[in-house]
Design a protein around this ligand. Structure first.
Ligand SMILES: NC(=O)c1ccc[n+]([C@@H]2O[C@H](COP(=O)([O-])OP(=O)(O)OC[C@H]3O[C@@H](n4cnc5c(N)ncnc54)[C@H](OP(=O)(O)O)[C@@H]3O)[C@@H](O)[C@H]2O)c1
Length: 278
């Protein structure tokens, strides 16, 4: 039995689906089973990584676990996992983690690094899946795309190599189900560097309607974002975007190396999710 936490999320849902397709037994953890709409075939269990007493039933009979990173929850999860005899943990971490840094460069890197350290110390076999920017970040423009042809964002020339959630999931599934991934820190990106403007354009091509990015001031964007996202996270994201303007994006071929198939392009992602934007 494989436990998937974060199973209703962009990545975890794909992990659960791909494990089931590979014939694995899956238990999917969610705080709200009634709203989870998890794939048929998964055993759905109510649990909360912040409520340690919910973990032993979720981990009973589990040999490997896909872990979604919730700050402050790793020690209790790892204790329960060891007590249950879990042999392997695959963490959804972040490319932001810097192995060479004495102090992690930002909040996102820091909270993932703390969880990675706890897993390393636990003695359980581990793999860290460290993706960079997700293709799904484009969902932040959903309202603007539905309302018109202009997406107003700061840093239109910020460059990343965004990754499809199905490719992150595919790497995690390999690490959960096959040998040879213990101790790996997989840095994952999509196949090509793209500006935010090019991503907006690609969504337009997928939905058959020309879209363009119009730059707004970082401060205006910040004010809008802090209505929905904690301020320290907004500041980290804005800082990362500002630093990626005009820079060459870091691109890896790890998805292909681990899964045997090339990473999906952003255009593919936009086609896969075009209906969401219509
Ligand atoms: N977006 C990016 O560009 C990017 C880049 C690199 C790394 N990351 C990392 O990737 C992760 C985001 O992945 P995602 O997009 O797949 O997530 P997501 O779609 O935002 O989903 C969040 C998931 O976490 C679960 N969850 C949250 N709090 C929980 C708790 N206390 N106990 C149990 N489950 C909990 C939710 O489950 P329920 O609500 O069903 O309980 C849900 O399945 C974050 O760690 C982020 O830092 C993101």
């Amino acid at each position: 039995m494989i436990l998937v936490t974060g199973a209703t999320g962009n990545v975890g849902r794909g992990v659960a689906e791909q494990l089931l397709a590979a014939g694995q037994e899956v238990r999917a953890l969610t705080r709200n089973p009634d709203r989870a709409h998890l794939p048929a075939g998964a055993e759905v269990i109510r649990g909360d990584l912040s409520e340690p007493e919910t973990l032993p039933p979720a981990l009973e009979g589990v040999t490997a676990a896909f872990l979604y990173a919730v700050p402050g929850t790793a020690p209790a999860f790892l204790k329960a996992a060891k007590d249950a005899g879990v042999r392997r943990v695959v963490l959804l971490s972040s490319l932001a983690v810097d192995d060479d840094a004495e102090v992690q460069p930002n909040f996102i890197a820091a909270f993932h690094a703390v969880i990675e350290d706890a897993i390393e110390e636990s003695g359980i076999e581990w793999t860290f899946v460290r993706p960079g920017a997700f293709d799904t970040n484009a969902y932040q423009w959903l309202g603007q795309v539905k309302a018109g042809d202009v997406v107003r964002l700061p840093f239109g020339e910020a460059v990343t190599a965004p990754i499809h959630e199905a490719d992150i999931a595919a790497v995690a599934v390999q690490a959960l189900t096959s040998d040879g991934h213990a101790g790996a820190r997989y840095q994952l990106t999509g196949p090509q560097a793209l500006t935010l403007s090019a991503q907006v354009q690609a969504v337009g091509e997928a939905i058959g309607r020309p879209l363009r990015l119009e730059e707004v001031s970082p401060e205006a964007a910040r004010q809008a974002m802090i209505q929905h996202v904690p301020e320290h996270i907004v500041d980290t994201i804005m800082d990362l975007q500002a630093k990626s303007v005009g820079r060459e994006a870091f691109v890896t071929d790890t998805v292909e190396k681990v899964t045997g198939r090339p990473a999906r392009t952003f255009a593919q992602w936009a086609a896969d999710h075009a209906d969401d934007f219509r």
